[in-house]
Design a protein around this ligand. Structure first.
Ligand SMILES: [Zn+2]
Length: 243
């Protein structure tokens, strides 16, 4: 029997599909990234329409159809509506969701990533002025949850590491630096180390000058790009609006 699946998920992407429908990409705890055909949700009168918005976190009831699911019903748990009132905040939120989805993929358990994403979106709603520091914290914690936390101690030869290698995620000394090694400030090293030892709450509330968080973010983006093979489109948009 094809029993309906009850699952909580956050909409990462909502693509238009025909005149009335949307194809949703959602991140779920139990099944990682899933695709949901959501019929009729382009009409605002449709009772499931609120759940088909980007970043909306909902209780979904789904039916399996091939590789995808079709939407039976949905109830909003948290809409993160405040993010949709400002295009810049929304773009940060969408980037967070896209990056979490990239790192999880399909058919993987994503409890930590969902918790990180939901808490980060909550903080972004509450403290939008901290979005760049939040971005830095989100990216670093995601590396850890995805199983490739940077190693921020000495170089493997025992010498002091003064460069961060964005390919291996390790600190290296001047002798063992490669084309992928980037110089980083002592403050940036402290941020990497702080987040590694911090729990989720400490990670999302730590305070640092934006110039430092941006330095860490640039390195983390490059490192994530090496690990994941690509970065979400949402990052390009953030770069454009920050010029
Ligand atoms: Zn070395």
């Amino acid at each position: 029997m094809n029993e309906p699946l009850k699952i909580k998920g956050i909409v990462v992407n909502a693509a238009n599909w025909g005149d009335n429908d949307k194809m949703l990409t959602a991140l779920t705890k139990e099944k990682g990234v899933i695709t949901i055909a959501a019929k009729g949700v382009k009409s605002l009168k449709n009772k499931n329409a609120p759940s088909a918005a980007p970043l909306c976190y909902s209780d979904f009831v789904l039916k399996k159809s091939g590789d995808a699911y079709s939407l039976v019903s949905a109830d909003v748990i948290e809409s993160f509506y405040a993010l949709r009132e400002d295009v810049i905040n929304l773009s940060y939120g969408v980037y967070f969701a896209q990056l979490a989805a990239f790192s999880v993929g399909r058919d993987n358990f994503a409890e930590d990533e969902i918790r990180l994403l939901l808490n980060s979106l909550y903080m972004l709603c509450k403290y939008p002025e901290r979005r760049d520091v939040l971005k830095c914290a989100f990216e670093l914690k995601l590396c850890e949850y995805a199983g490739f936390a940077p190693y921020m101690e000495s170089c493997s030869c025992g010498e002091e590491g003064v460069y961060f290698d964005v390919s291996s995620g390790e600190m290296v000394c001047p002798i063992h630096r490669t084309e992928h090694s980037r110089k980083l400030s002592p403050y940036a090293v402290k941020v990497f180390q702080y987040v590694q030892n911090a729990d989720l709450k400490e990670t999302l509330t730590f305070d640092v000058d934006t110039s430092i968080s941006n330095e860490v973010s640039l390195l983390t983006e490059e490192f994530l790009s090496h690990q994941l093979g690509r970065l979400p489109k949402g990052l390009e948009y953030i770069k454009k609006i920050n010029i």
